[in-house]
Design a protein around this ligand. Structure first.
Ligand code: FE2
Ligand code: FE2
Length: 135
């Protein structure tokens, strides 16, 4: 569960919109897992994978367009987390309701990572992109 006020804001509004959608989806996923609803948990995991693919590839396209120097570092983080999330989704979907797997991943790994990632790499990237589009 993420409180909306915890979400760090970056210099680019479209990135903030995407992050807010992320928070909403993650909270829906947390609620579904907490109420041990298998179908809803599976659907929200799949939606989160789809949303994360769009979120990450959107940032990567902007970084590439403006030759963001640490592009490779930022993309490597995206790739690592997308792989992790996809694995959790697959393991949960093929299993018989391991809700604690989802809850411990979301609370112990995904949320802390997301908040830290936005505060660091996304913040620097947004600042760079805003300046790049200004000139
Ligand atoms: Fe982001
Ligand atoms: Fe990012």
């Amino acid at each position: 569960m993420i409180v909306q006020e915890q979400l760090p804001m970056v210099a680019m509004p479209s990135m903030n919109d995407t992050h807010l959608e992320d928070v909403i989806l993650i909270n829906q996923l947390s609620a579904a897992a907490a109420s041990k609803n298998f179908a809803a948990t599976k659907i929200f995991l799949e939606e989160l994978v789809e949303h994360t693919i769009a979120h990450f590839s959107g940032e990567e396209a902007m970084m590439q367009e403006h030759n963001f120097p640490p592009y490779a570092i930022h993309k490597a983080e995206h790739d690592r987390v997308l792989k992790e999330l996809s694995n959790i989704t697959r393991i949960f979907s093929e299993g018989e309701g391991d809700f604690s797997l989802v809850t411990s991943y979301v609370d112990g790994s995904l949320i802390p990572w997301l908040l830290n990632h936005i505060e660091t790499l996304d913040t620097v990237t947004a600042m760079f992109l805003v300046n790049a589009t200004k000139s």
